[in-house]
Design a protein around this ligand. Sequence first.
Ligand code: NOJ
Length: 544
Amino acid sequence: MTYSYNPNSETWWREGVFYQIYPRSFADSNGDGNGDLGGILAHLDHLNDGTPQSLGVDAIWLSPIYPSPFDDMGYDVSDYCDIHPMFGSLQDFDNLLRAAHQRNLRLLMDLVFNHTSYLHPWFQKSRSSRQNPKRDWYIWKDPSPRGKVPNNWQSVFGGSAWEWDEATQQYYYHMFLPQQPDLNWRNPAVREALYDVMRFWLERGVDGFRLDVVNAYFKDALFRDNPPRFGLRGYDRQKHLYDKDQPELLEVYAEMRQLLDSYPERMCVGEVMDGHPELNARYCGEGKLHLIFDFNFTRQPWHPAAFQNAVLRAEANLPPGGWPCYTLSNHDISRHLSRYGGRYPHERAKVAAAMLLTLRGTPFLYQGEEIGMRDGKIPYAMIQDPPGKRYYPFYKGRDPVRTPIPWDDSAGGGFTSGKPWLPLNSDYRQVNVAAQRDDPNSVFSFYRKLIWLRKDCPALRRGSFEPLIRRPSDGLAYLRRSEGQTILVALNFFALPATLRLDFDLPAQKWRTILGTHREADEEVALERTIQLSPHEVWLAEAI
Ligand code: NOJ
């Protein structure tokens, strides 16, 4: 079979499927209990071996693998141009990149440019004296006239965002931990240094970047207090008018875009904090960022109308050159099966996957969702994530979504021959890759069928999105249409049989099943204005 998806085209990032790897938890090749680059290399076949035996994703995003003291699990970088020894070396990285490219797998690095680790040499110099040339690379302020913190800004992880430096008698600003001082993007030398980091990785051949908290690079030039608002935690009790989303961002995005465009077929995807479609619209599109995760999508309850409204809102807000970008899970939020699975994790995993992979837009998968992983349970004594320690038991942190991938049901789950840095999920003997590989009804088999089908369907990759029900209550029904192909997607969200009543005429009466949880491929179905679905049925059909 030849596939029509061309991974070597300018539009690869609009049409391909992305997969987030959280390296410490993916696969450990040296038995120290931590995932590493060797582990990723050894499991590339799982991601894409060129056949439908594999998942078939087109690109991977690696969460940070740089040298770091791991105060925020690597999102605190102490050297942007090297690899943490726990993960391997630059040589290992080059080998991985080469092996990925041989499989038409693209690779994105995670750039954490809002802040560095306090151990980064830039910050070490910056804090060494007020006269140091690097002083102005970070955000230093005198105490307020009353001898207190410069203003009311709060850290996302709790407490004031200002940390007192006894030696130089000033405060520095940190949006996250005190060990993560924010860079001063108003300083042109900082910008240039960070653009050099981008060039360093682009020259090595990476295909693009995921940009961490990309809307927080600039803070208000006047350092005004944020106004209050109702919320539970300190950070949530303010309207963030002044500590992020400043107009200066657009100039930086234009510069980054130009830099990326000066290399062939490169892209970036931004993580916009507290993002929603109206805000994302400011930042993506022509001359700006290629993609921005639509986090509004992740905040929906398990209801078809909620997701449809989220999609219509995203579509309505797309700026020129913009393109939707959906995800259901990542390393910061509860896994979607823990949010949505309820008593039917297996069934809902398929419905959710079908939705994610057939909407118009670029889908991002998070490692483990392809086998239907749920959040792990981490005893207090084993919590590693700083906000988890701080807010336990009200908030247990992000460790539960970062537990190791179980490759098989052996003692270390095939993840490690040692002691995993976080415990394997308690159900790993059932929920693991090996158990699902040969089971045609597994969640993994469903993901691979869908992803390989997508490669062959221009309508799914780039066609229009046309909902068929105005106010869906039981399930979603929509068309994806491109030149020469029309695909109907029908999804029953619930455990009862459903009759979906369409509000619009269909463009064809006869449909041929191309993928279904309850119907055989090639089965022909005649449709008028209703679609009958079994409980949790996924049905994709092509107009004939
Ligand atoms: C967003 C990252 O996704 C998260 O894991 C991290 O803690 C913060 N940025 C700070 O870098």
